[in-house]
Design a protein around this ligand. Structure first.
Ligand SMILES: C[S@@+](CC[C@H](N)C(=O)[O-])C[C@H]1O[C@@H](n2cnc3c(N)ncnc32)[C@H](O)[C@@H]1O
Length: 268
């Protein structure tokens, strides 16, 4: 995924769910939901819901919420979200739409959560204003973006730079580069949100043995095809260097690596 609008295949949605949601997006959703006060009367919108992990965790923790709606640009993500949804007291509405074009009435929701979505929206301030439009007066926003690349991705980028080149290494870090806290706070204020504040959430990511997990991690990054085209010997060298680079995080056969997010809170 890059900073532009992008389209994902069904296979990419499957990899996203099995690799990234299990490893990091579910733990982040759990940690975020622990931090915000959720009321049973809340009507929640999960913006850029992907395969729906925030909505699914919400429904697990708060089974009788008044409303949950998840929206995402990619139909493949929405279909995966729908297939993963278990029946429960709160039916989750899944909808494919651009954040700029959400077909909801003004003031439809009391809480908006956007987990790792803002960095991908081409028109960020307009997207935030649109989220504000669907929130009731006094409604709350909780939004996370990575505060930077974790040691795992820095180690992978370092190995890519050593064995392939700087440009591909930089591209592998794209999801982490939209992380200027002051800029994001001013985007939120500029789009009309009030009481903007920021805190940090660190999630420990479990990473399996390097030989198995690093090729998979690279396979779910947009630079995958270029790395694989270099052949298995280069991949082996990358794995070896990442394994060394993560030595301080070793835990059994694998690693436990911290990954930090900013959590922005604001009200409408
Ligand atoms: C890193 S994923 C995060 C997904 C989900 N929130 C999670 O935590 O697993 C970013 C998501 O943003 C979605 N997205 C990107 N641009 C969008 C847009 N303009 N409107 C709505 N969703 C968008 C993508 O389809 C993708 O599912």
């Amino acid at each position: 995924m890059n900073h532009e609008t992008f389209h994902l295949s069904a296979a990419a949605a499957e990899i996203y769910e099995t690799q990234k949601v299990v490893a990091i997006f579910r733990p982040l959703a759990q940690a975020t939901i622990e931090r915000i006060n959720v009321d049973p009367r809340d009507r929640v919108i999960d913006v850029a819901c992907g395969t729906g992990i925030v909505s699914r965790v919400l429904a697990e923790k708060h089974p009788s919420l008044a409303r949950i709606a998840g929206i995402d640009l990619n139909q493949s993500m929405i279909e995966k979200a729908r297939n993963l949804t278990r029946p429960g007291p709160t039916r989750i509405e899944w909808l494919q739409t651009d954040v700029l074009d959400m077909p909801f009435e003004d003031h439809s929701f009391s809480l908006a959560i956007c987990q790792q979505g803002l960095q991908y929206f081409p028109a960020k301030e307009r997207s935030l204003a649109e989220i504000r439009r669907v929130l009731e007066p006094g409604g709350r926003l909780a939004l996370t973006v990575w505060s930077g690349a974790s040691p795992l991705f820095l180690a992978i980028a370092g190995a890519l730079e050593t064995f392939i080149g700087r440009e591909i290494a930089e591209r592998s870090l794209t999801p982490f580069t939209f992380n200027d806290k002051d800029h994001i706070e001013s985007l939120l204020s500029g789009s009309g949100f009030k009481a903007v504040s920021v805190s940090r959430i660190t999630v420990d990511r479990k990473v399996g043995p390097a030989g198995r997990s690093i090729p998979r991690e690279i396979a779910s990054n947009p630079i995958a095809a270029e790395v694989e085209a270099r052949g298995p010997a280069i991949m082996d060298k990358i794995v070896e260097l990442v394994d060394e680079g993560l030595a301080e995080f070793r835990d059994g056969e694998g690693f436990v690596v911290p990954q930090e997010s900013y959590l922005f809170s604001a009200t409408n």
